[in-house]
Ligand binder design. Structure first.
Ligand code: R5P
Length: 290
C-alpha cells in the first residue's frame, strides 16, 4: 500500500473541493457528454450538488431482510422523500410504480449471497438499464478480495464501457474485502480505483480521515449508512460525511429499519441538503415521529 505521508502530501488540497476547472455541478463530470450530464443532473440536485439515495437493493444478496419484507408497504411510501432510488431490476418491475418520477440508480450486477460469500458477480444486460431508463448503473468493486477483486474490476470496466456507449453513468460500489480494515487507506484505494476505471460516482463508507478519501477521489462520493445505528448517530454520520467531502448518502438500513422510516429519510434529507446539525435533524425526526 502506498506510504500514507506521500498520500497526505499529494492529496491534501481541501475538503470536498471540486477540481478547479469544474463548471458543471457534479465533480469530475465537466468533460462528459450531454446525456451523461443530464442523467447526473437528475441524481445530484443542481442547487446543492448533493443527493439522498434510498437504497433497497439488499435483497439481491440478503433476501427479504428486516424492513424489506414488503416493498409495496415498507419502501414505496418513502420514495417521495428520496432524490434517487437504488434497487434491482426485479424489484423495479415487480414492486415500484412507474410514475414515481425519480431517477433510478439500477443495481446492475448480481452474484452469490450472504449464505456463502459474496463472489462471482456478473453484469445484467445493459439493455435492461436502457429499458428501465436508469440514470446510473451501480456495480460492486471488491478491492483486496482475491479472485473477486479481478472479477468485480472487470465488471466495473465493462459497465463503464457500456455506460459510455449509451450515456449512462456508473456508480462504483466499494465492498470491504474480507481481510481489510475499513480505514481511509482502504477506502481511498477502492474509491480511486473505481474512478480510474471510469465510474462517475462512488459509493463507499465513512471512516476516520474520510476527508482525504473524498479529496483524492476525482468523482463524487456518496456514503452508505451500513448496519442500523440509533437515529441520532446515523444523522451524525450523514452530517460528518457531507462536511468532510461526501456529496450525499446512499442509505438503506438506517432508513427502512428505523422506528419511523418516513421521519428518518426526511431528517436525513434536511441534514444533507439544508445543513441541519445532527441535533436539529434528530429534533426534526422526533417531531415528525409524533
Ligand atoms: C448493499 O447491499 C448495497 O450496496 C446497499 O445499497 C448499500 O450498502 C447501502 O445500504 P445501507 O445504508 O443499508 O448500507
Amino acid at each position: 500500500m502506498a506510504d500514507m505521508d506521500g498520500f497526505r502530501e499529494a492529496n491534501n488540497f481541501g475538503f470536498g473541493q471540486t477540481a478547479q476547472f469544474d463548471s458543471f455541478h457534479v465533480k469530475g463530470a465537466s468533460n462528459l457528454p450531454w446525456g451523461m450530464k443530464d442523467r447526473l443532473s437528475r441524481i445530484f440536485n443542481p442547487k446543492t450538488g448533493r443527493v439522498v439515495m434510498l437504497a433497497f437493493d439488499h435483497g439481491f444478496i440478503m433476501g427479504p431482510t428486516s424492513g424489506l419484507e414488503r416493498i409495496d408497504l415498507n419502501i414505496v411510501p418513502l420514495i417521495q422523500y428520496a432524490d434517487c432510488i437504488m434497487c434491482t431490476r426485479g424489484i423495479l418491475q415487480s414492486s415500484v410504480p412507474a410514475n414515481i418520477n425519480k431517477p433510478v440508480c439500477l443495481r446492475s450486477d448480481a452474484g452469490t449471497t450472504i449464505l456463502t460469500e459474496l463472489n462471482r458477480n456478473v453484469l445484467i444486460d445493459v439493455e435492461d438499464a436502457i429499458r428501465f431508463n436508469a440514470s446510473a448503473m451501480a456495480v460492486m468493486f471488491s478491492a483486496g478480495d482475491g479472485e473477486q477483486e479481478a472479477i468485480t474490476a472487470a465488471n466495473l470496466v465493462e459497465a463503464a464501457d457500456l455506460g459510455n456507449r449509451y450515456g449512462i453513468p456508473v456508480m462504483g460500489v466499494t465492498a470491504v474485502g474480507k481481510q481489510m480494515a475499513r480505514d481511509a487507506r482502504y477506502f481511498a484505494l477502492a474509491s480511486r480505483v473505481c474512478a480510474e476505471n471510469g465510474a462517475s460516482i462512488v459509493k463507499t463508507y465513512y471512516c476516520e480521515g474520510f476527508e482525504k478519501v473524498a479529496a483524492a477521489c476525482p468523482v463524487p462520493i456518496v456514503i452508505a449508512g451500513g448496519k442500523k445505528l440509533p437515529e441520532k448517530e446515523a444523522l451524525e454520520l450523514c452530517y460528518n460525511a457531507v462536511n468532510d467531502g461526501a456529496v450525499g448518502v446512499d442509505m438503506g438500513r438506517n432508513v427502512f429499519q428505523s422506528e419511523n422510516p418516513a421521519a428518518m429519510i426526511q431528517a436525513v434529507h434536511a441534514v444533507v441538503h439544508d445543513g441541519l446539525t445532527p441535533e436539529q435533524g434528530y429534533e426534526m425526526f422526533q417531531d415528525l415521529s409524533k
